[in-house]
Write a protein that binds this ligand. Structure first.
Ligand code: NAP
Length: 210
């Protein structure tokens, strides 16, 4: 797959490197692409501007501070036909009013808000609830040892693509349902930042739904 990384920090940098290692074509982007040359060179990935990565990817990973999303949407425009993986979380202390309003507005989830910013994309929520150090250190495992990565979205095919991308790097997708189900792994929710092996994550989800 061709994957454009928007926000090549803790989450985007780690995921981009993992995907490049297993053979995906990755472009890391930054407002200062030169700075990303070392992490890209380690895994044979490319670097570019944010706009370039948005054009490059069939899949776009969004991993920037939540408060920057409206500006980003203005800057790059629509992402029609692309799969947009939203890994962001709204934190009012960091992200200001945008995050506060999204948290207070019970008519939409955080990723629902992101999907609204990019109406032509197939938006899938994933990687929001895993700590980046766990992503870094517990990747490429087999069997029961694998850590669950929560994922949800409305488009079945796009979600399947993202589930495969989770499996490709040695984690297990835990499918929570459609996009509106994503509240269960938003900050402070029961599945947020638990970083559990799949059996324990499945038991916790069962307990929550039972
Ligand atoms: N840290 C975690 O463990 C974790 C886990 C799950 C989810 N998340 C969520 O994932 C997102 C990223 O977190 P992180 O810890 O990876 O942050 P980070 O290390 O600070 O990286 C964020 C990146 O976003 C880029 N960025 C900032 N403003 C931007 C803008 N206006 N346009 C384009 N790019 C911009 C920065 O790149 P340049 O300055 O190079 O442009 C920076 O490298 C957040 O929403 C966070 O809540 C984090």
């Amino acid at each position: 797959m061709k994957i454009g990384i928007i926000g090549s920090g803790n989450i985007g940098g780690t995921l981009g490197q993992h995907w490049a290692k297993v053979g995906h074509e990755v472009m890391f982007s930054s407002r200062n692409p030169e700075a990303l040359k070392p992490i890209a060179a380690e895994v044979g990935a490319q670097t570019g501007t944010v706009q370039k990565a948005a054009t490059f990817g069939d899949v776009i990973l969004l991993a920037i501070p939540f408060g920057r999303i409206p500006d980003l949407a203005q800057q790059i425009g629509r992402l029609d036909t692309k799969i947009l993986i939203d890994a962001t979380n709204p934190y009012p202390q960091r992200d200001g009013d945008v995050a506060q309003q999204v948290i207070e507005d019970k008519s939409q989830t955080a990723t629902g808000y992101v999907a609204h910013q990019f109406p032509g994309a197939q938006t899938i929520k994933a990687f929001n609830s895993i700590y980046y150090k766990v992503l870094e250190e517990k990747a490429f495992r087999d069997g029961d040892q694998r850590i669950a990565v929560q994922v949800c979205g409305d488009d079945v095919q796009a979600k399947q693509t993202v589930k495969q991308l989770i499996e490709d790097i040695g984690f297990v997708p835990q499918d929570i349902g459609d996009l509106s189900s994503g509240t269960v792994f938003e900050p402070g929710a029961p599945l947020y930042n638990k970083n559990l092996p799949i059996a324990d994550a499945a038991a916790l989800l069962k307990q929550l739904s039972g």
